[in-house]
Design a protein around this ligand. Structure first.
Ligand code: PMP
Length: 454
């Protein structure tokens, strides 16, 4: 007789195509099938428990199965589950918009909803483009992005993406963007200041020579996520924003990964007092519960679209699920909990605990660099510490470390040879203690005990 697990595993193999996954490799292993979650734990259908060490792809704020969030959804469910924003409004969408304006940097006064980080980015890109069009600057059509940037997987977001492994195959169908170096001292040599200089010099050069063609710069503020959890040197973000302002180019902050306390501030832009022209948020907005994203804009941008219909300045963009009331209700409840529990302050305390714990790994022979901002942590593993020679892709060191962590009871997902640790913000110190133990044990097991294979 087949077990329930076997039944589901067979159906999974027969019908599901998983994101970012080589299905041939995936289908040769036993799939992890999650049944439920509670707090920072996820449980599979066979009853095994795992720490959610990458926050269900970086979006878990309060944990799983949170009574206050469940209640917000069920209460709203009894009223209305869907209602378009096309020509009408709904209560949670209005109240959430007010709240988002209150908690974001000054100047961002208008909220445009969508349903994923990528759609939020598409909206920012189209708004920036049409802003200049509506103002009569028809040549300002190009975007600047940063090396190894990731802004989502829809075509516009991929056009401002710069991770060759993900994006190169689509190049012929994308609009061209300009790329400046991301300050990544560990890989590109020099200290943080030299790396930052290279970034700012490249940006200044493009702005001095081509500002009349450039609509906006799009940046993952302070931490580049999918590029490897790479933390910018201090003041780099502020200087980039200032240069854009000086040369009349819009500054788009993509806070999809960094927003809602993750970096130890409500938004990463707050760490350097940066007020962008457009800000994109998603993931943690609903505590990770439901697919709601938002693009916030300044009055200056909003007003460029505000005209008589005949002037043809309308923003013709929208999605069926824009401003979904269930999603907005749970987002409001999540933000209320964040405030009540003083979570942003809590992240700072937890981050310094994690930093101290991980310091023990610093001198290990295959730990190249430990990067951390708040509760976003990336540990880059290398074949040789002195020469910083990376492991070969074929050795699958990141994948093997994640698999080892899973055996020990924690879920993570690597980015190449960087191990990513992004625990739920609500994790207690005791839970972080256990999670960091598993993390360290997995890294040492794969890099020192097993050694490199392949
Ligand atoms: N921007 C950034 C910075 C991200 O990290 C991500 C997702 N990892 C996205 C955009 C895309 O968000 P989504 O997966 O919700 O489309």
């Amino acid at each position: 007789m087949t077990s329930e697990y076997e039944r589901l595993a067979t159906l999974n193999k027969a019908y599901l195509w998983h994101p970012f996954t080589q299905m041939k490799e995936y289908n040769s292993s036993s799939p992890l099938i999650i049944e439920r979650g509670e707090g920072v734990m996820l449980y599979d259908v066979q009853g095994r428990a795992y720490y959610d060490g990458f926050s269900s792809v970086w979006l878990n704020v309060h944990g799983h199965n949170v009574p206050e969030l469940n209640l917000a959804i069920t209460e709203q469910l009894g009223k209305v589950a869907h209602s378009t924003l096309l020509g009408m409004a709904n209560v949670p969408a209005i109240e959430l918009a007010e709240k988002l304006v209150e908690i974001t940097p000054p100047g961002l006064n208008k909220v445009f909803y969508s349903d994923s980080g990528a759609t939020g980015v598409e909206i920012a890109i189209k708004m920036a483009f049409q802003y200049w069009h509506n103002k009569g600057f028809r040549n300002k059509t190009t975007f600047i992005t940063m090396d190894q940037a990731y802004h989502g997987d829809t075509i516009g977001a991929v056009s401002v993406g710069a991770i060759p492994l993900f994006h190169e195959v689509f190049r012929p169908m994308l609009f061209p963007s300009l790329t400046i170096p991301y300050p990544y001292p560990y890989r590109y040599g020099g200290d943080g200041m030299e790396a930052m200089d290279a970034t700012l010099t490249a940006l200044r050069y493009l702005l001095e020579t081509r500002a009349d063609e450039i609509a906006a710069l799009i940046v993952e503020p302070i931490v580049q996520g999918a590029g490897g959890i790479i933390v910018m040197p201090r003041d780099c973000l502020r200087q980039m924003a200032e240069l854009c302002r000086e040369y009349g180019v819009l500054f788009i902050a993509d806070e999809v990964a960094t927003g809602f306390g993750r970096t130890g501030a409500m938004f990463a832009c707050d760490l350097e007092g940066v007020s962008p022209d457009l800000m994109v948020m998603g993931k943690g907005l609903t505590g990770g519960y439901l697919p709601v994203a938002a693009t916030l804009a300044t009055d200056e941008i909003y007003n460029a679209f505000y005209a008589d219909y005949e002037e043809q300045k309308t923003f013709f963009h929208g999605h069926s699920f824009t401003g979904n009331p269930l999603g907005c209700a749970v987002a409001l409840a999540s933000l209320k909990l964040m405030e009540e529990r003083d979570m942003v302050e809590g992240v700072k305390v937890k981050a310094s605990f994690v930093e101290q714990k991980l310091a023990a790994l610093k001198d290990r022979p295959h730990v190249g660099e430990i990067r951390q901002q708040g509760l976003m942590i990336g540990i880059e593993l290398v074949r040789d510490k002195a020469s910083q020679v990376p492991y070969d892709w074929a050795e699958r060191v990141g994948v093997r470390t994640s698999l080892r962590a899973r055996e020990l009871g924690m879920l993570t997902r690597p980015l190449g040879n960087a191990i990513v640790f992004i625990p739920p913000l609500a994790s207690s110190i005791a839970e972080l203690d256990e999670m960091t133990d598993i993390l360290a044990e997995s890294i040492l097991y794969v890099t020192e005990k097993e050694g490199a294979v392949g």
